[in-house]
Design a protein around this ligand. Structure first.
Ligand code: GUN
Length: 292
């Protein structure tokens, strides 16, 4: 069993990004600038956004964090998006999800200028992804593709089973894994809450990608010997033995599944760090070629 180390891989890619930033600055191009909008005070969202801002500093990007109150109206948030769309110094921005219930995530996503949508969530960018055209790939699927490439994991002709059909992970992942590209060419099964015989479907997986947000859902009896297991789940589970009062759990029961795998991602330290790195890559792409 080989552990897929997302932390080390992402630091390597981030140092390449940092070098590239220096080069483009020396050549008279502008410093990439990412903005993040956080509405409310959800603990996990704060952690993620802080991680994104810190990563920007590490690679030499400019970053702007806009914190808005939980009671911010949809109209106010649309105005913030509109300002960011028009701000020529900002190359890309994200609005951290989930949003408070009174704000439509679809309306906000649709309002983001596609050329600045470094999350790759706008329908225009999703459409380009489906058609295999150059675009911003959304951070988690893009991070997983990069991990598979980094570890030279053969995907062509393999059975890839994905658990969870979210717009952010499962659905785009199913498309990326079936594309005719270096990481791709899989026969993909996208499973969800209505799937019959989920265990049998999972047992057919050469590559099992789990993104449903149910801690330790995938057990040893659901995984084939030698499978590659990618665990996207990261849930805070109350744990009084921890100083912060919770433990982070993936969707896979790691201790019993890992011995059966050829490769597996840990939680934390697997897919998570790569999502931030993917966002940085997208922001670099958004900024590239712009003169100061
Ligand atoms: N919430 C969970 N994942 C993401 C992400 O990739 N981008 C944004 N904006 N919000 C998220």
């Amino acid at each position: 069993m080989q552990l897929i180390d997302g932390k080390t891989t992402s630091l390597k890619i981030q140092s390449q990004i940092a070098e590239k930033v220096q080069q483009i600055q020396e050549q008279g191009y502008k410093t990439p600038h990412l903005a993040a909008v956080l509405v409310g005070s959800d603990g996990a969202s704060q952690t993620y956004v802080n991680g994104k801002v810190k990563a920007c500093e590490r690679v030499g990007f400019k970053s702007t964090l806009i914190k808005l109150d939980e009671t911010t109206s949809e109209e106010e948030l649309l105005q913030t998006v509109s300002k960011l769309n028009q701000d020529v110094d900002i190359d890309g921005f994200i609005v951290q999800l989930p949003l408070p219930k009174h704000i439509s995530e679809d309306k906000i996503t649709d309002a983001i200028e596609p050329t600045k949508d470094v999350d790759g969530f706008h329908p225009t960018n999703v459409g380009k992804m489906v058609l295999g055209k150059p675009t911003f790939l959304s951070a988690t699927p893009f991070g997983i593709v990069q991990l598979l490439a980094h570890y030279n994991i053969e995907t062509s002709g393999k059975n890839c089973v994905i658990v969870g059909r979210s717009n952010i992970v499962g659905t785009p992942m199913s498309l990326l894994m079936s594309r005719n590209t270096q990481v791709g060419n899989c026969t993909v099964t996208l499973t969800h809450s209505r799937t019959k015989n989920l265990k049998e479907e999972c047992l057919r997986a050469d590559i099992l990608i789990v993104a449903l947000g149910k801690p330790e859902f995938i057990t040893e009896d659901m995984v084939k010997d030698g499978a590659v297991v990618i665990d996207v789940g990261i849930t805070r589970v109350p744990d009084e033995t921890k100083k912060r009062g919770y433990a982070l759990k993936g969707d896979v029961k790691f201790d019993e599944v890992a011995p059966k795998c050829s490769f597996i991602t840990p939680v934390p330290g697997g897919v998570g760090p790569m999502t931030i790195t993917s966002l940085l890559k997208n922001t670099l792409q958004a900024a590239e070629g712009k003169k100061v």
